[in-house]
Design a protein around this ligand. Structure first.
Ligand code: PLP
Length: 349
């Protein structure tokens, strides 16, 4: 039996869709990561019950941190972007988490840097608060160890390909790292929206919308570029087609980053049918009912879509591109200048 609902909510399902394609399906992905991070901070005496944890979030990390704080008797302060919706806002309020929501901004970079600036102001007034730094602190890798163990044990013994959206980089980075530690032949495929600086695509923009939770306009310390073998950039409409097809064909109701990962995963399976391809579905489809699923009639048939293959970042193009990354280091614009092992962080190995 679980001691707290966040353990149940955090535990993923593994669903065998067909012929080597497996969905690693979370109700809300970051719950396990936040739980393990907070447990570690308590165990190491970095924080104590009653302390306040603070971070910036566009959605699912806010919920995960609020649940972890509820579990361990800590206070939670979130500086949220406008993507924190009504359902989450109300839950955070009842859970006792404090949410400060920033003014709407169409400029992601401005929104991200404004949130960081606001956190610095709060920390100046409350130096006893602990800043979780989900984008930079490797403590967020820890919770994915049990997920990697589950994948390794439940998915047969052959070669694996893991496909997932890259936001902070913690989920895909940790899964690949822990699976490779177990000597599993693991290829890692990251999925990005156009316009993201993380793997050098800041020169393009998707006219429709960015995909919630993945990509960034600033460098993140938790992205370990040298873990990724391949990258896919998926536009909003192609991701929408993936999400709709995932529901129609396999009855999995998941979000937009899951739809993009599913599209990329099917492509990778077609290229290497001898491998089992596990893709990450980070959240459910509820947040995307109007923006994605209600538009199912305009979704292109995913079998009519194919990525542009290129080795040159300047030739990336909408609606979908694929590039061998070859475990290369971060491009200049995505290099994190800071320390990736601040206090409270453990080495990942
Ligand atoms: C819906 C969704 N998918 C994928 C991700 C990417 O996860 P990570 O931050 O572990 O890279 C996030 C992160 O916020 C997310 O919200």
């Amino acid at each position: 039996m679980d001691d707290h609902i966040c353990e149940a909510i955090g535990r993923p399902d593994l669903v065998n869709l067909d012929g080597g394609l497996v969905c690693l399906r979370f109700e809300t992905m970051k719950a396990l990561s936040a739980l393990a991070a907070v447990r570690h901070l308590l165990d190491t005496g970095t924080v104590r019950p009653g302390d306040t944890l603070i971070d910036s979030s566009s959605g699912i990390y806010a919920y995960a941190l609020a649940l972890a704080c509820h579990r361990f008797g800590l206070r939670c302060h979130i500086v949220g972007s406008t993507t924190v919706d009504h359902t989450l806002r109300v839950q955070l309020e009842v859970l006792g988490a404090r949410l400060e929501q920033m003014e709407p901004s169409s400029d992601l970079k401005l929104d991200q840097s404004r949130r960081v600036r606001r956190i610095r102001e709060i920390l100046r007034d409350h130096p006893d608060y602990h800043w979780m730094r989900q984008y930079h602190d490797r403590v967020h890798y820890l919770g994915y160890r049990t997920v990697a163990d589950t994948v390794a044990e439940r998915v047969g013994g052959g070669p694996l390909t893991v496909v997932g959206g890259v936001g902070s980089g913690a989920s895909t980075g940790a899964l690949a790292r822990y699976l490779r530690e177990r000597s599993r032949d693991t290829v890692l495929v990251g999925v990005q929206p156009f316009g993201s600086v993380t793997f050098g695509c800041e020169h393009l923009t998707d006219p429709e919308i960015i995909i919630a939770g993945i990509g960034s306009s600033i460098p993140f310390g938790n992205v370990d570029h040298a873990l990724y073998d391949t990258l896919h950039w998926v536009g909003f409409r192609a991701a929408l087609a993936g999400s709709v097809d995932l529901l129609r064909r396999h009855a999995v109701f998941a979000g937009l980053s899951a739809g993009a990962a599913y599209l990329a995963a099917r492509w990778e399976l077609r290229r290497a049918p001898e491998r089992t391809v596990v893709f990450v579905a980070a959240d459910t489809g509820h947040r995307y009912v109007d923006s994605v699923f209600a538009r199912h009639r305009e979704a292109p048939d995913i079998d009519s879509l194919a990525p542009r293959e290129t080795a040159d970042p300047s030739r990336l193009a909408l609606p979908w591109s694929r590039m061998d990354w070859g475990r290369a280091p971060a491009p200049e614009s995505a290099r994190w200048p800071g320390d990736t092992t601040p206090s409270g962080t453990v080495p990942v190995a």
